[in-house]
Design a protein around this ligand. Structure first.
Ligand code: 1CP
Length: 324
């Protein structure tokens, strides 16, 4: 899950003098940072070191990732002229990602690499607000007040995202994850009207690639049904909804991903272990379950605890005798 690397001293050392976006554009550094949590924890898959705003910057938007803040956009997009500043993405704009993935696939051997991108709503929120927002007030103001501009922005973002994910799959990514982290800010009706068609466009555009598509958001208990309809193979769930409940909501035939509360790592081991067992047991209600945290690794997390959780999950799921 996101920022597994941030809790590692070896990550902090590598990043000490390199700003986030610059790091994302150096294939050898991307390769090494992506490998770090795999080496440390023995997880079953690697997640590409990058950020959801990387393709948007490559498509012409002046932005930065400020330490301790997140993405900050120099000139927020709030009208048609703003949408026009976002040009179409070509593979050449993100050749550094292609190169990093080719390096990684060689290094990873049998371990699959998960590529990712931000979904149109979450990307639009950063672009419209100009940075992280708790309320997404300006985003919703545009959505309700100028729906044509909103849909033009999301359609453009969906094209960029689709192209970016296609580049990652062509370079060798074994699965892709579409992060709609902030979709939980919306009612189901608004999600269906303003967001779902754009995310569905991205997901259906990848159907022919044959790689599994994961779709994740935070605070999405009321949206799981609609997110299931958006077309992914796996729906990621935060820690608020038990996986057996989530499995019913996302609909038949879809796997689930999640959903240990990232703060569980600060509990005594017997509590953590009981939570791991609960998540595994509830995950059995779905046709498939990717064990994961319910959101990103908190930076204060002790790496040793993550290693122990991974080992516990492996012990519970290895072979036919494995029991949660
Ligand atoms: O573990 C990894 O490093 C994986 C790579 C990764 C991923 C998958 C990063 C590195 N970012 C992301 C996705 C991402 N970025 C999401 C979707 C997933 C999620 O919900 O967690 C989002 C919403 C962002 C935006 C973002 N980038 C934030 C959140 C700000 C907010 O609005 O609250 C932050 C803090 C960043 C910066 C960032 N991205 C990644 C790292 C390691 C960092 C920290 C920068 C640093 O260490 O200097």
């Amino acid at each position: 899950m996101r920022q597994a690397g941030r809790s590692l001293p070896e990550y902090r050392e590598l990043r000490a003098d390199v700003p986030m976006l610059a790091a994302c554009r150096q294939p050898d550094l991307v390769c090494e940072i992506t490998l770090q949590p795999v080496r440390r924890h023995g997880v079953d898959a690697a997640i590409l070191f990058s950020d959801i705003v990387v393709p948007v910057a490559a498509a012409g938007i002046d932005l930065d990732i400020a330490p301790g803040v997140g993405p900050v956009v120099a000139e927020p997009i709030r009208d048609t002229a703003g949408v026009e500043r976002l040009h179409r993405l070509t593979p050449a704009d993100v050749s550094f990602v292609d190169e990093a993935i080719r390096l990684l696939v060689r290094e990873l051997g049998a371990t699959p690499l998960v590529g990712f991108a931000g979904a149109p709503f979450t990307l639009a929120s950063y672009l419209v607000e100009g940075g992280p927002s708790r309320t997404h007030a300006r985003t919703k103001a545009l959505m309700y007040g100028a729906p044509a501009v909103w849909h033009a922005l999301c359609a453009r973002l969906a094209e960029i995202t689709l192209e970016f994910l296609r580049v990652q799959v062509s370079a060798g990514a074994s699965a892709v994850q579409l992060f709609d982290s902030w979709a939980g800010a919306l009612s189901e009706a608004d999600y269906r009207r303003y967001v779902l068609p754009h995310s569905a466009h991205v997901l259906s555009g990848l159907a022919g690639t044959g790689v599994p598509r994961i779709h994740f958001g935070v605070g999405t208990a009321e949206l799981l049904r609609a997110m299931g309809e958006a077309g992914a193979d796996v729906v990621g769930v935060d820690w608020r909804t038990p996986l057996d409940v989530a499995a019913r909501r996302v609909g038949h035939g879809r796997a689930v991903q999640g959903n240990l509360d990232p703060a569980t790592v600060f509990a005594p081991w017997p509590v953590i272990e009981a939570e791991v067992r609960r998540v595994l047991a509830e995950g059995r209600a779905a046709p498939g379950h990717v064990f994961n945290l319910g959101h990103g690794v908190l930076p204060q997390t002790a790496p040793e605890v993550l290693t122990r959780i991974v080992a516990r999950v492996h012990a519970a799921t290895a072979g036919p005798g494995g029991q949660p």
